[in-house]
Design a protein around this ligand. Sequence first.
Ligand code: PLP
Length: 378
Amino acid sequence: MIYLDNSATTKPWKSVLETYTQVSEKYFANPSSLHPLGAEAERLLMQARKQTAELLKVAPEEVIFTSGATEGNNIAIQGAVNANKGRGRHIITTAIEHPSVLRTMNHLEERGFEVTYLFPDKEGRVKASQVAEKVRKDTILVSVMHVNNETGSIQPIKEIGKVLTNHSKVLFHVDNVQGIGKVPLNIKNAGIDLLTISGHKFHGVKGSGVLFAKRNINLVPLYFGGTQERALRAGTESTAGAAALAKALRMTLDREPENRNMKNRLEKLASELSKYNEIIINSPVLRAPHILNFSVIGRKPESIVSALAEKNIYVSTTSACSSKDSEESIVLKAMGLPEERTTSSLRISLSLDTTDKEISDFLKSWKEIYYEVLKVGG
Ligand code: PLP
């Protein structure tokens, strides 16, 4: 099997799964229980929180464990605007956010908030000056992703944070799901108030995530219950999920120097694929080391995904979350690319475990599919 769909999800590392099972078995008690077993579970949860905080270079009380980034983005965005709607109802975001942000914005528009969508340039990048132009007296939130999940384009988070230092009451939320461990970002130096990551995107387990919420930020909870996770994520905590996330995050960040090899593998893919006449690379030059998006003009991407799957090779059409709903990539469309490209795109995404051999085997299989199965130009 050659798995090249790591932006959709990664395979959990064995040692991370071991941590998950061991903690589930030994520390199964409810961390809120007063008896010693509860206290043990609480201690372990605190340890995971402390480790995660150290890795993210934030304070432990700023780490809120969630079930993933969809939940984190919703708690952050809805929580922030509901807490601040007395001051204004204007939000700024980009047209290339993940559906967990875009659909939350649509919901807020239905509830009377006004959302300004920033459009990227042909390189898939918005500019900090666009934020500066659109920010107003009644703006309460700016939400911009760090790395785009379809193209790997990198947004100027630090520069946007700088623009917002002149607007101290505007909260800054960053979806860093595709950026964590891939493109360095110092949360504290970038003026970020809220940031989300998801465990399953870096070899952790599904159903685990972190919302960083600055210490003094006031958020209205999405739902109500116990006081767990600053009362922002009520419900019994997943001690095992938190411990597994902390471990996966540490292992990922420890291996950050290997991103250079990942980048080289991606560059090889890009240069080999570019040799085919019908292929146009959509990912910008300034991109994360793990994502390559390209169009095969005149071909249905689903038929290529199926042909590759028959050879045990797994890639995506656009993003996994939207690939079943729509034939056109809204991200590529927002970049101003023509329909022949927005409807024919594929995404290959690597992980730290992708090898040189997998890349060369992929390219061999690609050649066969291209000429034999798809009969493109051959
Ligand atoms: N944000 C981005 C950029 C993503 O790529 C994803 C997952 O595809 C999410 C948010 C949602 O993450 P989760 O699957 O943890 O809800």
